[in-house]
Design a binder for this molecule. Structure first.
Ligand code: IMP
Ligand code: MG
Length: 183
């Protein structure tokens, strides 16, 4: 898709590339969890698009649930302390939990959240992230399933926001520096 140049500098991952990557990842997931039941957890709001696209590719029995988390600190640096603004509706004891996240940056949010969920005695906790910025990692964290390794650039679209905007763009895009300059 074509975007206005003053807003979007470039398209980093197209929706088409995302869809074919999710075919691949979800084929692996369906195989890895064969004979089991899955609880697929969407981390709102950023993961909304990838979650919906993953869910429609899951062929094994599954339930879904949602969490809203927010990390303390400024928007550009993650403190590692995650505030759970909305917790899961049900307990996860004995369940196979697959977390679906938009992007892993410092890794602090997901490492905190996965440790928190593990205290609830699930059968397993795994992480799928669409995007991974390993250059920015501050704690050791490896996603079990990841879509794309991306460079240290701030991206928007396909659920990801800048100041709550641009989540509706179908592709993952690099925001124009002009947009930051205005704020
Ligand atoms: P971290 O891994 O704890 O540093 O934080 C990851 C969270 O920061 C993600 O869930 C996003 O909400 C946000 N984030 C990190 N990088 C970006 C980006 O490039 N665009 C939009 N949000 C981002
Ligand atoms: Mg997020």
């Amino acid at each position: 898709m074509e975007y206005p140049k003053d807003v979007i500098e470039s398209v980093l991952v197209t929706n088409e590339e995302i869809q074919s990557k999710l075919d691949e990842l979800c084929a692996r997931i369906n195989k890895d969890y064969d004979g089991k039941e899955l609880l697929v957890v969407c981390i709102l709001k950023g993961a909304v698009c990838v979650f919906a696209d993953v869910l429609r590719r899951i062929t094994i029995p599954c339930n879904i649930d949602f969490m809203v988390v927010s990390s303390y600190g400024s928007s550009s640096t993650s403190s590692g302390v995650v505030r759970i603004l909305k917790d899961l509706d049900h307990g996860i004891e004995g369940k196979n939990v697959l977390i679906v996240e938009d992007i892993v940056d410092s890794g602090k949010s997901m490492s905190y959240l996965m440790a928190n969920l593990r205290t609830r005695h699930p059968a397993s906790v795994k992480l799928l992230t669409l995007l991974d910025k390993p250059d920015r990692r501050q704690v050791e964290l490896k996603a079990d399933y990841y879509g794309f390794i991306i460079p240290d650039e701030f991206v928007v679209g396909y659920g990801l926001d800048y100041a709550e905007q641009y989540r509706n763009l179908p592709d993952v895009c690099v925001l124009s520096p002009k947009v930051y300059a205005e704020n």
